[in-house]
Design a protein around this ligand. Structure first.
Ligand code: MUC
Ligand code: MG
Length: 366
């Protein structure tokens, strides 16, 4: 089997409301659909969300990188040769979301060619997983309303709460969430580098008092000594996300004492490098969890497959609900969240089909 074409199609799909976090805000899904076609007629898909505040990419840069840098390497290659392709793509640095989407599309193709779903190819740890919902920054009342809707309508009982602005405001929001949702729900927090080290240490202690279980990216990890001080003094584990975006970056962060658990995202490390990161962490006794890059529906299907594929990831709630912010998407069957869980698709590959009318409607390149 040989790859014949690689396309990067920019989309614009409105959100029901903006999603805000300490390092930025999204108001629409301006994601790039990567579509890889083979000589035997198979079509694989991946989704790249531009996140300039994390990777420096925009929709235009993702389209250009796929077209000018990655497509020439991929056309003519056998999608099964993912290790060779990985090495060839790695000759270009950065462009994490573009490479993540390409890797997802390759696994989609391989799964279709083998007649197996991706989570089964990865190791089939589970058929479904508990989900976690990310609550964006807002007034405490807005944040509580979001969580209550997710709890009442979808049975969700694990929440990642965005923090990292004014600490007093953050603590009011978390306290309200704990009061409204009760002691049984899991709350963990993500500051997206919004605090300095001193604020983060106070925050970690206060969050621990509210039974918050983990704190993601409290400050910029480049503030090296500050980050180490937080790790030393925080009563709850510090999770690496945007400071741990590659296999080598994860190794360095753990060895340097910058983080104690790792958020793994299909959107930046695809399935291939996500599995390598999980293996590295498993060997070191470090917890990994499936994070969310404010993924669209395709990204959420891929993240669910990753969570169901690897045993170390299936243990912790998987962040796959934020596509519910979207008013629509280009995939024909939206992901289902029910009773606080998401199931892996049982069809070969990712099990997604693209609706041609929706694609024509939402693409912004014609
Ligand atoms: C997260 O875990 O940080 C916020 C921005 C982004 O790209 O991903 C999110 C979620
Ligand atoms: Mg994060």
């Amino acid at each position: 089997m040989k790859i014949t074409t690689v396309e990067a199609i920019p989309l614009a799909i409105p959100y029901r409301r903006p999603f805000t976090f300490a390092s930025g805000k999204v108001t629409a899904a301006d994601h790039v659909l990567v579509r890889i076609t083979t000589d035997d007629g198979l079509v694989g898909h991946g989704e790249a969300p531009p996140r300039p505040y994390t990777y420096g990419e925009t929709a235009a840069s993702i389209v250009a990188a796929v077209r000018d840098l990655f497509s020439p390497v991929l056309v003519g290659a056998d999608p099964f040769a993912r290790e060779r392709i990985r090495a060839d793509l790695a000759r270009t640095v950065a462009n994490n979301a573009a490479r993540g989407a390409i890797d997802v599309a390759l696994w989609d193709l391989v799964g279709q060619a083998c007649g197996q779903p991706v989570h089964v190819l990865l190791g089939h740890a589970a058929d479904d997983v508990r989900v976690a919902h990310m609550i964006g920054l807002g007034t405490p009342a807005e944040m509580v309303a979001d969580a209550v809707e997710m709890s009442d309508e979808y049975g969700v009982d694990a929440f990642k709460v965005k923090v990292g602005r004014d600490l007093g405001h953050d603590l009011v929001a978390v306290r309200e969430l704990r009061r409204e949702l009760g002691d049984a729900v899991e709350l963990y927090a993500d500051a997206n580098r919004g605090w300095d080290a001193d604020t983060a240490i106070v925050a970690a202690r206060r969050l621990d008092d509210l039974a918050v279980t983990m704190l993601e990216e409290p400050n910029p990890a480049d503030d090296v000594l500050g980050r180490r001080r937080i790790v030393r003094e925080s009563p709850i584990p510090i999770v690496g996300d945007e400071s741990t975006i590659t296999l080598g970056g994860v190794a360095r962060s753990l060895l340097d004492g910058d983080s104690q658990s790792i958020s793994v995202k299909v959107a930046r490390t695809g399935f291939t490098d996500s599995a390598k990161i999980v293996g590295l962490c498993e060997g070191l006794g470090v917890t990994t969890m499936v994070g969310n890059q404010i993924d669209g529906m395709l990204g959420s299907v891929a993240s669910t497959a990753l969570g169901c594929g690897l045993r170390a990831l299936a243990h912790h709630p998987v962040e796959v609900t934020n596509h519910l912010l979207m008013t629509d998407d280009v995939i024909a069957e939206p992901p289902v969240i029910a009773e606080g869980r998401a199931a892996a698709r049982q069809a070969p590959g990712l099990g997604v089909t693209i609706d041609p009318d929706k694609l024509a409607h939402y693409r912004v390149d014609r």
